[in-house]
Design a protein around this ligand. Structure first.
Ligand code: COA
Length: 271
């Protein structure tokens, strides 16, 4: 994606990204910085954030890291306020901080379930709530990172399924409430994304990766940059009339390719 005459898509914008120290969120931060945004990374570990900031700066971008746990509203509000003082008025918020561990419902305690719901769902609400006063202007954009577990139930993921379904309803509700002030709110629901902590936990070996790959019509995992491209689109002026949507980026996995494969096996030929 690019603009005519080489102008950068997010020139002059300031973006705050929770969970920005690694994974998909760092890829989004890098893409936004390449496209001219100053990026504020929020995460639990300052050292991780410092490394990410150094990487962005060494590629010519502007970034700063602010340590806060998204479950702690006051710490998050203070990080948002410091980011604003250091980088300027916010235009974009990406709520990407997430937690996950695969476990059957009977293998997770109430606290285990709550830990994931608190990071993913409460953390998204907290970030939106804390950032809104700074974002409240036409052209501002919020992207919440959901997952296809929000609408496709997945065994060993009761906490994530519940949390991400909640995230998407927060997206839709805030789109209704904040649209009149010009703030757009959308979700991205990635499927299997390569080289991420989440997939290292959910598909930890080659057998599991092969199994998952077979369920994806496009035949491969996503690259982190492909999710970043979608986030860039949603935060760009090209998406100026898009709000309250959940954009799926999963190579078609959530269409139910298991059934296609079963049919292919039964009929005895490929497509
Ligand atoms: N199976 C079952 N329960 C587990 C578990 C597992 N693999 N991992 C953690 N838990 C439980 C813990 O036992 C604890 O419950 P308890 O108090 O009843 O014993 C609860 O979850 C909280 O664990 P804790 O490690 O104290 O929480 P935390 O807040 O430090 O960490 C997690 C949150 C659990 C989500 C942790 O995996 C994490 O920090 N993940 C961040 C990175 C990540 O998940 N990235 C992928 C994003 S898609």
């Amino acid at each position: 994606m690019g603009t005519a005459f080489g102008e950068k898509i997010l020139n002059g914008k300031v973006a705050l990204i929770t969970g920005g120290g690694s994974g998909i969120n760092l890829a989004i931060a890098e893409r936004f910085a390449q496209q001219g945004a100053k990026v504020a990374l929020v995460g639990r570990t300052q050292e991780k954030l410092d490394n990410a900031v150094r990487g962005i700066e060494s590629s010519g971008g502007t970034a700063a890291g602010f340590a806060a746990d998204v479950r702690d509203y006051d710490a998050l509000a203070s990080a948002v306020s410091s980011a604003r003082s250091q980088l300027g008025e916010l235009d974009i918020l990406v709520c990407g901080a997430a937690g996950n561990f695969p476990a059957p419902a009977l293998g997770m305690s109430a606290n285990g379930f709550k830990a994931v719901v608190d990071i993913d769902l409460l953390g998204t609400f907290n970030a939106c709530r804390a950032a809104y006063e700074h974002l409240r202007k036409p052209g501002a954009s919020i992207v919440n990172i959901s997952a296809t577990q929000a609408f496709v139930p997945m065994a060993m993921q009761a906490h994530v399924c519940a949390a991400k379904a909640g995230v998407d309803m927060v997206t839709r509700t805030l789109a209704l409430e904040w649209g009149p002030n010009g703030v757009r709110v959308n979700s991205i629901a990635p499927g299997a994304v390569d080289d991420t902590e989440g997939m290292r936990r959910l598909a930890p070996n080659e057998k599991a990766r092969t199994f998952v790959t077979k369920m994806i019509p496009l035949g491969r995992f996503a690259e982190k940059g492909e999710i970043a491209d979608l986030a860039l689109f949603l935060c760009s002026d090209s998406a100026r009339f898009i709000t309250g949507t959940v954009m799926v980026c999963d190579g078609g996995q959530s269409l139910g390719s298991m059934f296609s494969q079963m049919l292919e096996t039964a009929v005895g030929k490929g497509t």
